[in-house]
Design a protein. Structure first.
Length: 110
């Protein structure tokens, strides 16, 4: 038995969960935050049999396509120094997922 952690952007979370449920995977969602853009993420936990791990990961991959977004990250600046500060748009790759698979010693559902 394996436990799959999939960290996905909130933009993708509904589609990923729907696709996983359609493929008969049970999913638990945890809200999380992180990454360069400091945007909301969802951490999905999926317990599954060893032989279904690859199928689960393929479902996640199919729903979490990567794309680019142009963003301007404003640094923290105090006082009047902001008047002379200029910013440049930065292309950032978004989407995708971070997936971790760990052994699950025991799984019980009541």
């Amino acid at each position: 038995m394996k436990l799959i952690y999939a960290i996905v952007r909130n933009d993708n979370e509904d589609d990923v969960m729907d696709a996983l449920n359609s493929a008969h995977f049970q999913v638990t969602k945890l809200a999380s935050t992180g990454g360069f853009l400091r945007k909301g993420n969802s951490t999905l936990m999926i317990a599954t049999d060893d032989e279904r791990v690859n199928a689960c990961i393929e479902v996640i991959k199919s729903e979490c396509g990567k794309r680019q977004k142009i963003t301007i990250n404003m640094p923290y600046v105090s006082g009047t120094s902001m008047n002379s500060y200029s910013t440049m748009p930065v292309p950032v790759e978004i989407g995708g997922a971070t997936v971790m698979v760990v052994d699950l010693e025991r799984f019980e559902k009541y």
